[in-house]
Write a new protein. Structure first.
Length: 155
């Protein structure tokens, strides 16, 4: 009997990286089931696959697909990473706008005294993030002209 390291999802990621993750490679969900010791339809399986996806992203790989429905997961090519990042950014912006609308429209008189400061703090934080995000393009353009060295990526 072999010794298995916990958490199981982390050892699976280590195994995938050790054997060589390649763009375009398709993984059968059965392999994930076996390594994670849980069935595809379970909550544990879904959470573990989510952790695996996030860990692979830290290594520059995006695991796409729905193991439960499709039965397989694919490492997508790097040229598609930008479209995934843009879609994620759009979702974040949309969710931030919704949160600001909800908190802004909330009748503060109905909130308990203990909650009011937190409500205001979160609303202010979201509004500041939205403002910075809105101005980011202009700031980037200005820095490109006036101080391009500030935009250099340091490895």
């Amino acid at each position: 009997m072999s010794v298995r390291k916990l958490p199981l999802w982390k050892s699976l990621v280590e195994d995938l990286i050790t054997e060589g993750v390649e763009h375009g490679k398709v993984y059968d969900a059965a392999r994930f089931e076996e390594a994670l010791s849980c069935k595809r339809g379970t909550r544990e399986f879904g959470l573990a696959v989510h952790e695996i996806k996030m860990e692979l992203e830290r290594h520059g790989f995006y695991l796409q697909g729905h193991a439960i429905r499709e039965g397989s997961l694919t490492i997508i090519p790097p040229e598609k990473h930008i479209s995934i990042a843009k879609a994620s950014e759009r979702r974040n912006q949309k969710n931030r706008r919704r949160a600001i609308a909800l908190l802004g429209a909330t009748d503060r008189e109905l909130l308990p005294k203990k909650i009011k400061p937190f409500h205001e703090k979160i609303l202010m934080r979201l509004q500041i993030k939205q403002l910075i995000e809105h101005r980011a393009g202009r700031i980037h353009g200005y820095l490109q002209k006036k101080a391009p060295k500030l935009l250099e990526i340091r490895a």
